[in-house]
Design a protein around this ligand. Structure first.
Ligand SMILES: *Cc1c(COP(=O)(O)O)cnc(C)c1O
Length: 484
């Protein structure tokens, strides 16, 4: 088939139909607000398992008809919910090919191109984030698994130094490992730790300041009081707090931890990307001295879901924690990097293709400009909202996250329950109206609207439109509640 011909075969027709559907959707994702909720989607998808099966083209039509009414416009320009990148078209195109090529990315012999793309994307990533060149990188599903992988390496290494081989002996009977972590660390890190045997009650939690970062004095004090000299130690820090965007004071914390031979792991799901932007890099200064890092591709790099990176300075510790060996797999080699030696999975998607494509597409300057633009847009959004009586921006907007409270600052309006109720009502009104999307969260006992500016397609006009929509929603809620 020539590239400009309409394919006559079934495979070609099916893939072209899928491409046409995807192109139509991406032309304006905001033209399809989710018309239905989960229950309606469930009813639409439901039905008996087919006995005889159905032709592919019919199945595709049925899939689109059921899915499109239930899609959230997270690839659109005014989506500020959670922390979600745009699934950038260059990454999507690479990912279509990834699926079509069907490579099983376990090793360099089974999937030479996929393994090579990962090796090079890993090198570019370390350069971009200004992390040590000797680090190994595992391509995982997201930052949760990246923290799991890196903390498995940490656990193995701090125990190995204490004379215990956790890969051989397991955890029962091992010397206790002390884990210091900020009390406002991301929920996923607590999950990663408990998958590894570090139960939530066993952690030493460091009090946080108003921006949610660890107080260095409290950290130093707990290190002295709770960690015996010579005890195996893991310290978990954060670059990019989920509500404030703030980053722990690595220049102070990392030397304290390393003076006690501690392994420092950084959850930098999105905040690590400040390092890719000269104007923002100071926010994550000192992070490079840590031992491991977790970050995402599907946030600031805009890769399609799913993609995260587990980055470990000690590649040997990384491999000891993850390597899968079998007679039919290539042995560990100095020369050929096998993707499966750095992640929990054996068979998996070739995530390196989309990562390589997007890093190449944006380039160093493109990524720096995007990060800087998002930070400026977050400040613009916060500034516009803060001019409205009754709206308070709770965080110092240093990065791309904006935490907003409604009602609390109005003279005479009580904090607490009423502020929570007004904030919840405003969030519902914003979602109902539909100009933009964002969602709520609880921060230090208060309900907030959290806005995350991270989509590649967001313009300053989108920010202005969204700010106005949020202000209008608040005015409706406030006048109905008599709060103004
Ligand atoms: C998103 C996020 C995570 C979890 O990442 P996933 O990609 O969802 O697994 C962890 N930490 C922070 C700070 C995040 O923003």
């Amino acid at each position: 088939m020539r590239m400009d011909e309409t394919p006559q075969d079934e495979t070609g027709a099916l893939l072209l139909a899928a491409a046409r559907r995807a192109i139509a959707y991406r032309a304006d994702p905001t033209a399809h607000p989710p018309a239905t909720d989960y229950a309606a989607c469930l009813a639409a998808f439901d039905g008996p398992l087919s006995e005889a099966g159905e032709p592919g083209a019919d199945v595709l039509d049925a899939l689109v008809a059921r899915a499109e009414p239930g899609l959230r416009a997270s690839v659109g320009p005014r989506f500020f919910g959670w922390v979600i990148g745009n699934s950038h078209p260059v990454g999507v195109a690479a990912d279509w090919l990834t699926a079509a090529w069907g490579q099983n990315t376990a090793n360099h012999f089974a999937a030479p191109a996929a393994a090579a793309a990962e090796t090079v994307a890993a090198r570019w990533l370390l350069e971009l984030l200004r992390l040590p060149a000797e680090c190994s990188v595992g391509f995982v599903t997201g930052a949760t698994m990246a923290s799991f992988v890196a903390l498995a390496a940490a656990r193995g290494e701090v125990l190995r130094r204490a004379g215990w081989d956790v890969e051989a002996q397991g955890l029962f009977g091992a010397p206790p490992v002390r884990v210091l972590i900020g009390e406002e660390a991301h929920a996923s890190v607590f999950s990663a730790l408990h998958y590894l045997g570090f139960g939530k009650a066993s952690l030493i939690r460091v009090p946080a300041d108003a921006e949610g970062v660890m107080r260095p004095d409290a950290f130093e004090d707990l290190l002295a009081r709770e960690v015996p000299e010579g005890a195996p130690l893991i310290v978990v820090t954060q670059a990019g707090h989920i509500h404030s965007g703030a980053t722990d004071a690595h220049e102070r914390l990392v030397p304290l931890a390393q003076a006690r031979a501690g392994w420092v792991h950084v959850d930098g799901a999105f905040g690590l990307w400040a390092r890719a932007c000269p104007a923002r890099a100071h926010l994550a200064a000192g992070v490079e001295a840590a031992d491991s890092w977790a970050t995402d591709g599907h946030k600031w790099l805009q890769t399609p879901f799913d993609c995260g990176y587990a980055i470990v300075r000690d590649a040997g510790a990384h491999r000891r924690a993850m390597t899968i060996a079998a007679s039919y797999l290539p042995p560990v080699s100095e020369h050929e990097r096998d993707p499966s030696h750095y992640v929990p999975e054996l068979s998996r998607r070739a995530r390196g293709f989309a990562s390589w494509a997007l890093l190449r597409h944006f380039g160093r300057n493109g990524i720096a400009a995007m990060v800087e633009r998002h930070c400026a847009q977050a400040r613009l959004l916060a500034g516009l909202l803060a001019t409205e009586p009754g709206i308070t921006v709770l965080n110092e907007v240093v990065l791309n996250q904006v935490a907003v409270r409604f009602g609390g600052a109005v003279a005479g309006a009580p904090e607490g329950a009423q502020g929570d109720a007004l904030t919840r009502a405003t969030i519902a009104a914003v979602q109902e109206e539909g100009t933009c999307f964002a969602a709520g969260a609880s921060w230090r006992g208060r309900w907030i609207l959290r806005l995350s500016v991270i989509g590649a397609s967001t313009t300053d006009d989108d920010i202005r439109l969204s700010a106005q929509a949020i202000i209008d929603a608040w005015r409706r809620v406030a006048s109905a509640a008599g709060a103004l």
